[in-house]
Write a protein that binds this ligand. Structure first.
Ligand SMILES: Cc1cc2nc3c(=O)[nH]c(=O)nc-3n(C[C@H](O)[C@H](O)[C@H](O)COP(=O)(O)OP(=O)(O)OC[C@H]3O[C@@H](n4cnc5c(N)ncnc54)[C@H](O)[C@@H]3O)c2cc1C
Length: 375
């Protein structure tokens, strides 16, 4: 891969994108295709992350197809999930199949594959205008004396430096530094639950599916994953984890086996202590404004979603696609006017708000839906 870990010198680009998650990586790729120079900066030393959004829905799939990326990603490895199963007392009580027009209820795409393909495909453009800087953290906004943002301050491999840019994009996730340094305020909402995640090998012969169970009124969800794994998402009451950890571990994990007896061997071998779970503190947020001057937010930085319904990854890809169109238009007059940036929120905000509302509906109705299947 070219251009990674470049030497510390001031770089000048059209668009500086903070965060090489799905939103930032796709945006950089699409701008590079249009001959717009970008700096894509990522604080991690690589693209590998565990426990991130990996379930692609039809919206995300459509964006990747539109840009000729989905087939390459699928070739690298993706797993369409065939149905949603609801379980009770170790048995399936209800199965929901996809509609006729869609052949899956979601596609598991390891985020490594997704990001690697998006980044590699971009770097292979005949004319490469994209600079990728790993181990680089955004530390502040670079401003003229007038206060006008002209780029960002960074620390690359620990060394302070800066990047000058006409446009600054915060694609840096739920705790966005770009959002914080530019004073944009997120409205944060708690959802009454946190999530424990674990990934274990799937039992042999398991069909690719989403499996749900209700455990003490809390949702337990299993997602088949590419490569023969199952990801477990276990809702626990918000803020309860430290108390939970004081309790004996075995009876807790036994509930998982009671809900899904076929997992018994894999659970026994791979979930032995509390440390085999990763805790996600669940919250959603919506930034009141997504733009300020020449700064714009996308993805989780603009609107963090909870994992319910698996919208977040897909929404980040949709934002990137839309922003790439706006920036391509703005590049035609050398970014003379920042007005088109504001269109992003007008074009995307309503759908995002609907998805945030849908998540709450899904969270509230889970138990009711379960009870209706049992009656
Ligand atoms: C456990 C979990 C499960 C989820 N499951 C799903 C799912 O199944 N389907 C779905 O659609 N969504 C899911 N989501 C949500 C999904 O992961 C996010 O919505 C999606 O990753 C957002 O993409 P993004 O590009 O906006 O930001 P992110 O993926 O968060 O990427 C932001 C990037 O910015 C980098 N960064 C942060 N700060 C700085 C800085 N100061 N300087 C430089 N770099 C920085 C980070 O290292 C990161 O790589 C899940 C989320 C979690 C946490």
């Amino acid at each position: 891969m070219n251009n990674t870990n470049e030497t510390n010198q001031t770089l000048t680009v059209d668009v500086c994108i903070v965060g090489a998650g799905p939103g930032g990586a796709l945006l950089s790729n699409l701008l590079n295709r249009q001959g717009i120079s970008t700096a894509l900066i990522e604080r991690q030393p690589h693209l590998h992350k565990s426990f991130r959004g990996e379930l692609l829905n039809t919206d995300g799939e459509a964006i990747l197809n539109k840009h000729g990326l989905y087939s390459i990603i699928a070739e690298r490895g993706a797993l369409p999930l065939e149905e949603i199963q609801y379980w009770e007392d170790g048995k399936i009580i209800k199965t929901i199949f996809p509609s006729d027009e869609v052949s899956h209820v979601g596609i598991h795409v390891p985020q490594d594959h997704l990001l690697e393909i998006i980044v590699t495909q971009s770097q292979q453009q005949e004319q490469n205008h994209e600079h990728i800087l790993f181990n680089t953290i955004m530390t502040g906004i670079l401003r003229e004396k007038t206060g006008k943002p002209v780029g960002i301050n960074i620390r690359q491999n620990g060394v302070p430096s800066s990047i000058e840019a006409s446009i600054i994009v915060g694609a840096d996730g739920r705790y966005s530094a770009v959002r914080k340094h530019s004073g944009m305020i997120p409205l944060i909402r708690k959802h009454g639950y946190d999530l424990l995640w674990a990934r274990i090998p799937a039992p042999v012969g398991w069909e690719p599916a989403v499996r749900m169970a209700s455990m003490d009124g809390q949702q337990l969800a299993l997602f088949s994953q590419f490569g023969g794994y199952v990801q477990i998402g276990w809702n626990i009451p918000q803020g309860s984890y430290s108390k939970l950890r004081e309790l004996p571990f075995t009876p807790f994990v036994q509930k998982l086996v009671t809900a899904f007896p076929c997992l018994a061997d894999s659970v026994k071998a791979h979930i032995q202590t509390w440390s085999d779970f990763v805790l996600l503190s669940v919250e959603s947020s919506y930034s009141e404004t997504w733009t300020q001057d020449n700064i714009v937010l996308i993805g989780d930085a603009a609107h963090t979603m909870t994992p319910t319904g698996a919208f977040g990854l897909n929404a980040a890809l949709e934002d990137a696609d839309m922003l790439a169109e706006l920036l391509t238009r703005m590049a035609q007059d050398q970014f003379a006017s920042m007005k088109p940036l504001q269109e992003l929120q007008s074009l995307r905000g309503d759908k995002v708000k609907q998805q945030l509302a849908r998540q709450i509906e899904m969270e509230v109705s889970f138990q009711q839906r379960y009870e209706s299947f049992l009656n």
